[in-house]
Design a protein around this ligand. Structure first.
Ligand SMILES: [Zn+2]
Length: 341
């Protein structure tokens, strides 16, 4: 089967034929992957943002969808033929061992779920079966972008209806947060980015205001939020200057959530004094969601037409063109890019 492999950091993925493990182990499920999205986390893995990668060569991708082909011992949550969302966070079910694939006699490592490969040996707890009519391309977004957005809004920021929110970075993660914040009517709901296309899309996804990040961004934010600042600010960029701006934009009793991951060794400079009073600053790890609970909730809203996740996928590429797709995610006018396997 074909897979896109991370062989070397800061280099294009290698597309090659690799071999599946001989049999499914306890808790493992073989999935025919049909779609994947590309998330910032994969760009970070390629770029080595967290430092040296000890698992090379390895597979990657962590939000996908597909069909169950075969189940290993102990698996009860899914069966052959089920349509599933593949998600990086742990849900209900067993956690099997991580699989090892073979590439011309060499071992290719993989985590509990990977989605840039035509077949994936996944752990049962990384799969959520979906019933109903949900489109499998759209369903990839339930693997990370939308579930993380849900968790950041509800678990990390405890955002309430009518509270003001500024989201810095209107890519996939930012859009997921905007959609979830719109569901509970945060207002004003401000998107900040350097890309005009993304800002325009943010308005379609529920932002009430969009602002280009320019040297006069502080004045622009003040015009919308007043002098007191925002109830909640969220950074999805991982860029230090933006993270600091997010912290400064929150009110004296505001909450700032850091979703974007900084480069290894980078440090923020903040005035920590307000933290001794009511201001709060926290980092998010995938919004602390249990996909088994959250995915069915979101699909229910999609089926009612309340949530329109398909707006987030701007373009679709075949697996063979994944490096082009990755380039598009880095620099193009796109929110999420899907890969067809
Ligand atoms: Zn992700």
């Amino acid at each position: 089967m074909k897979a896109a492999i991370l062989v070397k950091q800061k280099a294009p993925l290698e597309i090659a034929e690799i071999e599946l493990p001989q049999k499914m182990e306890y808790g493992q499920v073989l999935v025919r992957v049909l779609f994947s999205s590309i998330c910032g986390a994969q760009l970070n893995e390629i770029d080595g943002v967290k430092g040296e990668d000890k698992f090379l060569p390895h597979l990657l991708g962590h939000e996908g969808s597909g069909l169950v082909e075969e189940t290993g011992p102990g698996v009860t949550k899914v069966k052959k033929g089920d349509r599933v969302v593949m998600h990086w966070r742990r849900g209900d079910g067993l956690q099997g061992p991580t699989p090892k694939y073979l590439w011309g006699g060499k071992t290719v490592n993989a985590g509990w779920v990977t989605t840039f490969n035509e077949y994936a040996v996944s752990s049962e707890n990384r799969l959520t079966p979906i019933t109903g009519q949900t489109d499998l391309k759209t369903a990839t977004l339930y693997g990370c972008a939308l579930t993380t957005g849900y968790g950041v809004v509800h678990h990390d920021s405890h955002l309430k209806s009518g509270e003001s929110l500024v989201v810095f970075g209107a890519g996939g993660a930012g859009s997921g947060i905007i959609m979830m914040a719109k569901l509970i009517n945060a207002y004003p709901l401000v998107a900040v980015d350097i890309n005009k296309f993304k800002l325009n899309e943010a308005l379609k996804m529920g932002a009430s205001h969009s602002l280009l990040n320019s040297p006069k961004i502080r004045q622009d934010l003040e015009k919308i939020l007043g002098l007191q600042g925002a109830d909640v600010t969220i950074d999805t960029t991982g860029i230090n200057a933006v993270r600091e701006l997010a912290y400064e934009t929150a009110s004296t009793a505001g909450r700032t959530i850091l979703v974007g991951v900084p480069k290894k060794g980078e440090k923020m400079a903040i005035d920590s004094f307000p933290l001794h009073f009511d201001k709060a600053l926290t980092g998010s790890f995938g919004g602390d969601v249990n996909p088994s609970l959250v995915i069915p909730r979101l699909i229910k809203l999609e089926e009612q037409g309340i949530l329109r996740p398909e707006k987030m996928i701007t373009k679709t590429y075949p697996l063979l063109k994944i490096n082009e797709a990755i380039k598009e995610v880095r620099t193009g006018d796109v929110i999420r890019v899907a890969i067809r396997l």
